[in-house]
Design a binder for this molecule. Structure first.
Ligand code: GAL
Length: 458
């Protein structure tokens, strides 16, 4: 059995749009995902999050499920339009606030620490329409106002805050490739949106640090996602390509926070398409995270493309790969999940080491790691041995990273339960609890029992 440091934080994660449902209930306003799901063909089977896991009505039951897992922390997100139907603090939906109070209080009563994400992609639709979403200049101030409201209403009990989940996904999939809300396709807008997301993060942190942290304590950070990029060969060119790919992926959002500006290679390659920070903004961004939130799922090989990207490239058309000029590939001998993401545990260790080296060994929390498989429930049993093997593999490498000095302090499984997996709808199951989407019944998969035992044996 794996042994971790005594104070290691064990958790699971979810997000509002993926589990809450109750989308038009109790005064919630629409989000860009509600609108995006209405467009035929955008979501597998044209599904949507209207009901999802109906977590909105199942808080008590779901917290009991967490309790049985022995987890110490639960990461969830607040739906901005549930508490601010048109995105602005001029109109507060108290019923939405009540819902999160109920969730937070139930968690605390059960000795589970809430980790709260302020933005997990469900932007109020009104702000998309009025300000052009994350490409507008006003959005970072509106986000800071919303964050301020959350700190003031929940900060007496919530001590762990994550401003934004995966700005890379918002920028590239939402504004580059158009496969996530708001569905835009451009090779300019991802960099504009990324810039505003960083400013929004920094402004929210400034509010927290000036108005709340001095009296309430607590910590705040951002969660970035990154795959590992392994050089495809020993050549210098491929090694440089792999580093460049990591800089375009993670450095884009972590460098401004840990080094005060975008990576040099991005500035050189993007020219005017990459907005510049003012000196004041750089100061505001620098050291604006108390911890390094990391979502990690997979690994690919990276090779120098020298302008010959061709069709081999996974992230084609939409700004990213052409700009970094890297050819990505996988090893057919690797295991693959039902998302067709490769299972490469050692990539997780290498990424953790890369972060520790580049950013001066910050405290890291893996705020998501997990896998989807085509699970079946038979006679009340879901024998998901591949998922358990996945966690064993990744946690073994996390453990090795800690032994080597990486300051990894916690790990959240994605996800507590099967849920609405964005453009894939309900077809991809990431949960350690099986959800029957007809009856909404939850059943622990074998991996959930394994996780509960692992935590109990620490
Ligand atoms: C992350 C995201 C989660 C979940 C997961 C699995 O990018 O934050 O919401 O969908 O991927 O795809």
């Amino acid at each position: 059995m794996l042994q971790f440091p005594k104070d290691f934080l064990w958790g699971t994660a979810t997000s509002s749009y993926q589990i809450e449902g109750a989308n038009k209930t109790d005064g919630k306003g629409p989000s860009i995902w509600d609108a995006f799901c209405q467009i035929p063909g955008k979501i597998s089977n044209n599904e949507n999050g209207d009901t999802a896991c109906d977590h909105y009505h199942k808080v008590v039951e779901d917290v009991q499920m967490m309790k049985a897992l022995n987890i110490k922390a639960y990461r969830f997100s607040i739906s901005w339009p549930r508490i601010l139907p048109d995105g602005k603090v001029t109109k507060i939906n108290e019923k939405g606030i009540d819902f999160y109070n109920h969730l937070i209080d139930t968690l605390l009563k059960n000795e589970i620490t809430p980790w709260v994400t302020l933005y997990h992609w469900d932007l109020p639709l009104a702000l998309q329409l009025e300000y052009d979403g994350w490409t507008g200049e006003k959005i970072s101030d509106l986000f800071a106002d919303y964050a301020d409201l959350c700190f003031s209403r929940f900060g007496d009990r919530v001590k762990n805050w994550i401003t934004i989940n995966e700005p890379w996904v918002v920028a590239i999939l939402g504004y580059g490739q158009g496969v996530f809300a708001p569905g835009r396709i451009s090779n300019i807008e991802p960099y504009v949106a990324g810039h505003q997301l960083l400013l929004a993060h920094a402004k929210a942190v400034q509010v927290f640090r000036t108005k709340y942290q001095p009296t309430q304590g607590g910590q705040i950070g951002i969660t970035n996602n990154c795959d590992w990029r392994e050089p495809a060969s020993d050549s210098d060119a491929d090694k440089k390509a792999a580093t460049r790919a990591l800089e375009f992926f993670l450095g884009w959002f972590a460098d401004p926070i840990y080094k005060g500006d975008y990576p040099k290679c991005m500035k050189e390659r993007l020219g005017e398409r990459l907005p510049a920070f003012t000196p004041e903004e750089k100061t505001m961004l620098l050291h604006s995270s108390d911890f390094f939130g990391l979502n990690h799922y997979t690994t690919m090989y990276a090779a120098e493309a020298s302008g010959n990207l061709g069709k081999t490239n996974t992230y084609g058309n939409g700004g990213m790969s052409e700009d970094q000029d890297v050819i990505l590939s996988s090893d057919p001998k690797w295991e693959y999940t039902s998302m067709r993401w490769a299972v490469v545990p050692w990539g997780c260790r290498k990424l953790l080491q890369w972060i520790a080296n580049r950013y001066d060994n910050p405290p890291i929390y893996i705020t998501e790691n997990g896998c989807s498989y085509n699970d079946n429930l038979e006679n009340g049993i879901c024998a998901d041995e591949k998922r358990t093997a996945f966690f064993k593999g990744y946690l073994t490498e996390c453990n090795a990273a800690i032994q080597q000095g990486v300051n990894l302090k916690g790990y959240f499984i994605w996800s507590l339960m099967d849920n609405f997996e964005w453009a894939s709808g309900y077809s991809k199951r990431f949960g350690i609890h099986y959800v029957d989407f007809e009856t909404l019944e939850r059943t622990p998969k074998d991996s959930a029992r394994w996780y509960a035992e692992l935590i109990a044996n620490q």
